[in-house]
Every structure is written in structure tokens, then in C-alpha cells.
Write a protein that binds this ligand. Structure first.
Ligand SMILES: [Mg+2]
Length: 242
């Protein structure tokens, strides 16, 4: 049996990064999730004829773009916003397998919109659009909503921006019904922390209790799961750029 990655001089997350970057299985799982996501959304459109303003909401990192190349260079270091920001200024990320086919399919449906909700900072958004366009993931009329400040949670943006359109960032498009959500973290779907996540997990294992609108992409590299879904630890990201 192989020695532990660290014992072989590799970063602690080497196995996860290699699985994400190199394995057929990662590509197959992602492609399968997006395939079933598209069938779900096509069914939704069929069941809501005449619905004018509805959308799919997607996270960016490790949902539609894979960050494995950045992780390789990081060699297991703790997340640092400045290094992440700088890296993105000189590199582009590739699409997660299946994402493009899914988005192309969604855009053909009547009344459909695509909304990206990410915790990338406002300063990164123009470059993010360029990356999405380059990866074939950006379409006319898409919305990209970054995180303005620490209180600007994804839950808040889904509610105030997308569903109610009381946030200036979404006003032009008006309120939209969310048909399906795609993400690699529980927070991409709902605001759940600590024990609430553990109970939700137990209900999935016991009864398969998981909202069919929620499509989870695999991310073995990092996540709130690594810190026991503790909000303090998960949000303690270093963005101090000197
Ligand atoms: Mg993500």
C-alpha cells in the first residue's frame, strides 16, 4: 500500500487534487450530475409553460471551474485570498466536465436565466467573466454576483437578489424563481452549520432526504466539512494583501 502523501514528500491534499485533476471517475461523476441536472431542468420547463423569469443558480469554484491547477501550486498550504487573487490574474481555469453542455442546454429553454453566485470578491469579477467566456460557460444575459462583504452571504443573495430582486445587482432582471442549484458546498444550497449539517447528513443516509433541486459536485480538496462545518473556521479566510 502507498505511504501517506506527506510521507512521500507530497502535500497533504495530493490524493484529492490528483483525483480531481486526473481521474476518469471525477470527470464521469461531474458529467453525470450535469446530465441529470439538465433532464431535471428540462422537466421543470415543461411543467411550467409560460413561466417568464426562472433561473438556475451555480457556484463558480469547483462547480463550473476546476481549481485543481491552483491547488497543485499551493502544495497543501492554507487558503490565502491574496495568492488566489494574484494566481487568477495570470491563469485561467478549465470548465468542470459537463458544465458547458448543461449551460448550453439550459439557455435553449424558454424563460431560462443563468445566475452565478460566488464568494469571489468584486475585484475578481471582470477577470472571472473573461475566464467563464474562455471556458465556453458565459452567455448573454447571465448574472455574476460576487461577495461584496462578509455579511453578503449566498443565502442573502439568493433571496434578496435573485428571488426578490430588491438588491441593485439583480433589479434589472426582476424576481426569478430558482429551478435548480449547483454547488460543491452545502452553503451553495442552504445556510447550514455545525450540528444542523450533521443531522441533515443523518437524514440523507437514513431516508435519502435531499432536495431534488440541489445538485452537488464532488470536491475532495477542501470544504467546510474539513473544519466540522464551523462557521468561524470556514470563513476565517486570509484576504490581507500587502
Ligand atoms: Mg465552490
Amino acid at each position: 500500500m502507498d505511504a501517506h502523501p506527506e510521507a512521500r514528500g507530497l502535500p497533504p491534499d495530493a490524493t484529492a487534487v490528483a483525483w480531481d485533476r486526473d481521474s476518469l471517475e471525477y470527470a464521469a461523476v461531474c458529467s453525470e450530475i450535469y446530465g441529470s441536472g439538465l433532464r431535471y431542468v428540462q422537466e421543470f420547463a415543461k411543467n411550467h409553460p409560460g413561466l417568464k423569469n426562472w433561473c438556475v443558480v451555480l457556484d463558480i469554484d469547483d462547480t463550473v471551474l476546476t481549481t485543481a491547477p491552483f491547488r497543485v501550486e499551493e502544495r497543501g498550504r492554507a487558503f490565502n485570498g491574496c495568492r488566489w487573487l494574484k494566481w487568477n490574474q495570470s491563469h485561467f481555469l478549465d470548465a468542470v466536465p459537463g458544465a458547458k453542455r448543461f449551460l448550453d442546454g439550459v439557455r435553449r429553454l424558454p424563460g431560462a436565466h443563468v445566475v452565478f453566485i460566488t464568494d469571489r470578491r468584486p475585484v475578481m469579477l471582470e477577470r472571472t467573466k473573461v475566464n467563464l467566456r474562455r471556458a465556453g460557460l458565459w452567455g448573454k444575459g447571465d448574472l455574476l454576483i460576487g461577495q461584496d462583504n462578509p455579511d453578503d452571504t449566498k443565502q442573502k443573495r439568493r433571496r434578496d437578489c435573485v428571488e426578490r430582486a430588491i438588491d441593485p445587482r439583480c433589479k434589472a432582471d426582476g424576481p426569478m424563481m430558482i429551478a435548480a442549484l449547483f454547488g460543491d458546498q452545502v452553503l451553495d444550497f442552504k445556510s447550514l452549520y455545525g450540528d444542523a449539517v450533521r443531522s441533515a447528513r443523518a437524514r440523507i443516509v437514513r431516508d435519502g432526504a435531499w432536495d431534488p433541486r440541489y445538485f452537488v459536485l464532488p470536491n475532495p480538496m477542501y470544504g467546510a466539512w474539513k473544519v466540522g462545518y464551523s462557521p468561524e473556521k470556514w470563513h476565517a479566510k486570509d484576504w490581507n494583501c500587502r
